[in-house]
Write a protein that binds this ligand. Structure first.
Ligand code: NAD
Length: 256
């Protein structure tokens, strides 16, 4: 059980981040949800999640593209025992046309935010002699696809940061690992299905199997619940000696 542990999950008002927050709360952790918006429904979502699992849950707005806001998130949370760096965006373009502001935003949100939150969270973890840092990377942390230069560079960077932080805190009760999902059926991915069906003149099942899951040998999406379960495992005592590594949840993508 994770009761008595406070978890901060960046980018967690939808998709994988929300799934991880649900799983950590179900395991008894206090959770802090985050995104860059500050709407009533963001706070309602946290209140509802907390009530369903009988844990304290809050929403704290902070823009993960800004280093000072990343650090302020950890401070406003009151520190954390579990840090899940999940916020991320994607943009697809050939490298020579890649918009500079998109490159900068992807590197900031997908990579630098994890540097800032980790730096802010570590002193508290060291003082307690316990901590878990879980970075949501991607199969694109281990492999590449054309037209995703910023995303692939950032996710490879996340794995480098993961290993380095793990070495710096080894033996101090703190672990740092990455989860590398393949295609996960989040609202973001779900929304692409109708367009792909139209573009390829295929039905839903065919476009999922032949187009979207072309790289995923299982031809099945991973789920946010499976990513959540992987995060809970990494936070458990069974994973005390699992550090500086990554767990792929990708239906065989990186075995090909
Ligand atoms: P999503 O769009 O549903 O979730 C992204 C989250 O990040 C949202 O909560 C969004 O509000 C938040 N976010 C975006 N910009 C932010 C900012 N500037 N500040 C704070 N929060 C911000 O997408 P998802 O699929 O759940 O992706 C979550 C993570 O998982 C990302 O890092 C993504 O790269 C990674 N991932 C996703 C897949 C997949 O197939 N869905 C596969 C591999 C890795």
């Amino acid at each position: 059980t994770l009761s008595g542990k406070r978890a901060v999950i960046t980018g967690s008002n939808s998709g994988i981040g929300l799934g991880v927050a649900e799983a950590l709360a179900a395991a008894g952790a206090e959770v802090v949800l985050n995104s860059f918006t500050d709407r009533p429904e963001d706070h309602d979502m946290a209140r509802d999640l907390g009530a369903r699992h009988g844990v304290v849950a809050r929403y704290i707005a902070a823009d993960m593209s800004k280093g000072a806001e990343c650090r302020a998130l950890i401070e406003k949370a009151g520190g954390c025992d579990i840090l899940v760096n999940n916020a991320g965006i994607q943009f697809v373009s050939p490298v020579e046309d890649f918009p500079v502001e998109k490159w900068d935003a992807i590197l900031a949100i997908n990579l630098s935010s994890a540097f800032h939150t980790t730096a802010a969270a570590l002193p508290g973890m060291k003082a307690k002699g316990w901590g878990r840092i879980v970075n949501v990377a991607s199969a694109h942390g281990l492999t590449a696809s054309p037209f995703k230069s910023a995303y692939v560079a950032a996710k490879h960077g996340v794995l480098g940061l993961t290993k380095t932080v793990a070495l710096e805190v080894a033996g101090q009760g703190i672990t740092c690992n990455a989860i590398c999902p393949g295609y996960v059926l989040t609202p973001l991915v779900e929304a692409q299905i109708p367009d792909q069906m139209k573009a390829h003149k295929m039905d839903r099942e065919t476009v999922i199997r032949e187009v979207m899951l072309d790289r995923q040998p299982s031809r099945q999406f991973a789920t946010v619940e499976q990513i959540g379960g992987t995060a809970v495992y990494l936070c458990s005592s069974s994973a005390d000696q699992v550090t500086g590594t990554s767990i792929s949840v990708d239906g065989g993508w990186t075995a090909l």
